[in-house]
Design a protein around this ligand. Structure first.
Ligand SMILES: Nc1ncnc2c1ncn2[C@@H]1O[C@H](COP(=O)(O)OP(=O)(O)OP(=O)(O)O)[C@@H](O)[C@H]1O
Ligand SMILES: [Mg+2]
Length: 256
C-alpha cells in the first residue's frame, strides 16, 4: 500500500481538487484506491457525494473502534473507496496528543486496510500541527500543490526547513504548480525561476480553469464531465509524472 498525501501549510491551493482527480485516475487504471478525507471541512466527501460522517467520530477512529473497514464508503467509481471526513476531525490535533504514541496515530488507523488497497490518497487539512506530523510520518509521497506566488514559495520553504530538521528522509516530496494563469506576470516569473533551478518540482502544471472549478457544481472528478479536455490531460500528465518519479526516487528538498 502506497500513501500519497496532498498537503500544504496553506489553505485553498488545490489539495482537495487534486486528490480527487488523482485518486480517480489511480482507480481507473485498476489500482485498488482509497481516498481519505482528513479535513473536517469534508470537501472531498462533498465532491464524491458521500455524507461526511464517521460513527463515533475521531475518538473512536483513533481508538480503533470501529475497525476503519466499517467506516469506508463506496464512491460509485470502480476501485475507488472513501474514508469520509467527520466534523469531529476538528478535535484531531488534541486527541492525537492523548494517544500513547502520538506520531503513529494516523498510521495505526490505516494499518488494518494495508492489504486491501494499492494506493491511498490523503486529502489533508491546511496547517502544520500534529495531524501534519502524522502525515509526514505515514506517507510515502508528499504531493504539494503551490500557487506560483512569493508567499506560496515562502510557506513551501518553511515546510522544507521543518522536514529537514525532522530528518524526514524516507518521505518523497513532490511540489507542483496549480492554478497557473499565463496572463499573470507573477505566475510566469515564479514558474520560470523555479523550473530553471529546482528539478525537484514536477514539470506538469495544472492551469487555472473554469472546468476544474466546476467540480464544486458537478460534484465529481473532471473526467466524469470533461474527459477529453486539456484539464483532464493536465491531470493525466501530472499522475504519469508522479508515477515515474516515484519509481526512481529523487532528491532531498531544498528551499527555493
Ligand atoms: N486549477 C484550478 N483552477 C481553478 N480553480 C481551482 C483549481 N484548483 C482548485 N480550484 C478551486 O480553488 C478552490 C480551492 O481548491 P481546493 O478546495 O482544492 O483547495 P484546498 O487546498 O483543498 O483548500 P483547503 O485548504 O480549504 O482544504 C476551490 O474552489 C476549487 O474549485
Ligand atoms: Mg481541501
Amino acid at each position: 500500500m502506497k500513501i500519497f498525501s496532498l498537503y500544504n501549510i496553506k489553505g485553498g491551493v488545490g489539495k482537495t481538487t487534486t486528490a480527487v482527480n488523482l485518486a480517480y485516475l489511480s482507480a481507473s487504471e485498476g489500482a485498488r484506491t482509497l481516498i481519505w478525507d482528513l479535513d473536517p471541512q469534508g470537501s472531498t466527501s462533498y465532491y464524491l457525494c458521500v455524507k461526511p460522517s464517521i460513527k463515533g467520530g475521531t475518538k473512536e477512529l483513533l481508538g480503533g473502534r470501529p475497525d476503519p473497514q466499517s467506516a469506508l464508503r463506496m464512491t460509485g467509481f470502480p476501485n475507488l473507496d472513501l474514508l469520509p471526513a467527520d466534523i469531529t476531525y476538528r478535535h484531531m490535533e488534541t486527541q492525537i496528543d492523548h494517544q500513547s504514541k502520538p506520531l503513529l496515530a494516523l498510521q495505526r488507523i490505516l494499518k488494518p486496510l494495508q492489504k486491501q488497497f494499492d494506493h491511498v490518497f490523503v486529502d489533508c487539512p491546511p496547517g502544520i500541527g500534529m495531524v501534519a506530523e502524522n502525515v509526514f510520518h505515514m506517507s510515502d509521497v508528499l504531493l504539494i500543490p503551490l500557487i506560483p506566488t512569493p508567499l506560496s514559495l515562502r510557506a513551501y520553504n518553511s515546510l522544507v526547513q521543518f522536514l529537514v530538521k525532522r530528518r524526514a528522509n524516507r518521505l518523497q516530496v513532490l511540489p507542483f504548480f496549480n492554478m497557473i494563469n499565463d496572463h499573470k506576470p507573477i505566475h510566469r516569473v515564479v514558474t520560470r525561476n523555479v523550473f530553471g533551478k529546482h528539478p525537484i518540482f514536477l514539470q506538469s502544471i495544472i492551469p487555472e480553469s473554469n472546468i476544474i472549478e466546476a467540480m464544486g457544481v458537478k460534484r465529481s472528478p473532471v473526467f466524469s464531465y470533461a474527459r477529453e479536455s486539456q484539464e483532464a490531460t493536465a491531470y493525466r500528465n501530472l499522475w504519469n509524472e508522479i508515477k515515474q518519479r516515484d519509481a526512481r526516487r529523487t532528491r532531498t528538498p531544498a528551499p527555493v
